[in-house]
Design a protein around this ligand. Sequence first.
Ligand code: UD1
Ligand code: UDP
Length: 370
Amino acid sequence: MRKIKVLTVFGTRPEAIKMAPVVLELAKHENVFENIVCVTAQHRQMLDQVLELFKIKPDYDLNLMQPNQNLWNLTSKVLLEMKNVFEKSKPDVVLVHGDTTTSMAASLSAFYAQIPVGHVEAGLRTFDKYYPFPEEINRVFADSVSTYHFAPTDTSVENLIKSNIDKTHIYKTGNTVIDALLYTVNNHKYDLSYLNLDKNLKTILLTSHRRENFGEPIKNICYAIKELVQKNKDIEVIYPVHLNPNVRKPVFEILDNVERVKLIEPLEYAPFASLMKESHIILTDSGGVQEEAPALGKPVLVLRNTTERPEAVQYGTVKLIGTDKDNIIKNVQELLDNKEEYNKMKEAINPYGDGLASKRIVDVLKNIRI
Ligand code: UD1
Ligand code: UDP
């Protein structure tokens, strides 16, 4: 019997973090799989940080990122370039992840080539076409062309069933982000002393990058932070600023040189995981951080109005607070002042997986027909 050719495609930081454990698991079974990796490099520096950490050397690197790229250019380039990769590598199955442009365009390209697609992190939904934009439609699309659906939670399984996806090809696996997080915190201990965190201050970790928060919302977030540090002399805010220029411009304009606000470059995953562990409160609009922080027992205030990850909200560790300045201030202040409320939110819970999601995905792939 010949080996099953699995082509794993990813392009951005979060996809790389969440696909790395799958690639490493496939590599453990080299007698079963030909393990081929293609990166679109929708992100460049932030992707390379992850490839280095997990020691993954892509077989194909499309090197597509352009400064301040737009959806049309990136989508068409991924669609076309993947055709060449399929012609050269002739995979039996293509794995994509989540809801990025890379995932949507690579899955469309595989569909045109009539190659079965496996969608990792399938079934997440807000059921709002424009929120998050364009991710909601990207994941609906990837789900609809995929053959194998690797859903992280019961809710995502239910969403797929509601979308009329063939039940026999839905697999509840847990989220591979927990595999990545556990691998990283167990194998990499990080000394964060170079960040000069003041032990006498409470650290608030902030990340923000969502397209629908560009413009007024991101400015509101920054103004809220400015007021919070002025009011609370016992906190400091540390913000690894995403490389997207639509984020960097307003953030540096409003928060550069503000006392007890540290704007730093995006951190590698291992130090970032350590920083999450050190933080008192996490403020974020990130999907991945919403999944990781509850596993570390950190209260998360989400700078969005809705989420496709309702599980930790239901458990009470994650709260949606939107991007209204006064509402952000009110919610952070409450967590700073009200110990009971804080303790309720900091329960370590982990609805997203047990660290074995990649193994479950690879077990399914071992049995596909080629
Ligand atoms: C993308 C994804 C989003 C995901 C996010 C994770 C889409 C439509 N968006 O958004 O779903 O949550 O990644 O971070 O797929 N840049 C760099 N270096 C990097 C990365 C980005 O300079 O390593 C800059 C470039 O100018 C680039 C810009 O950021 O053009 C935007 O990158 P892009 O991937 O288009 O959008 P993100 O906002 O990062
Ligand atoms: N992350 C990181 N360094 C940082 C900020 C975030 O490694 O400076 C990690 C984080 O732990 C999570 C992932 O990046 O695993 C989330 O990526 P992002 O927020 O860019 O995208 P999203 O998850 O919203 O799609």
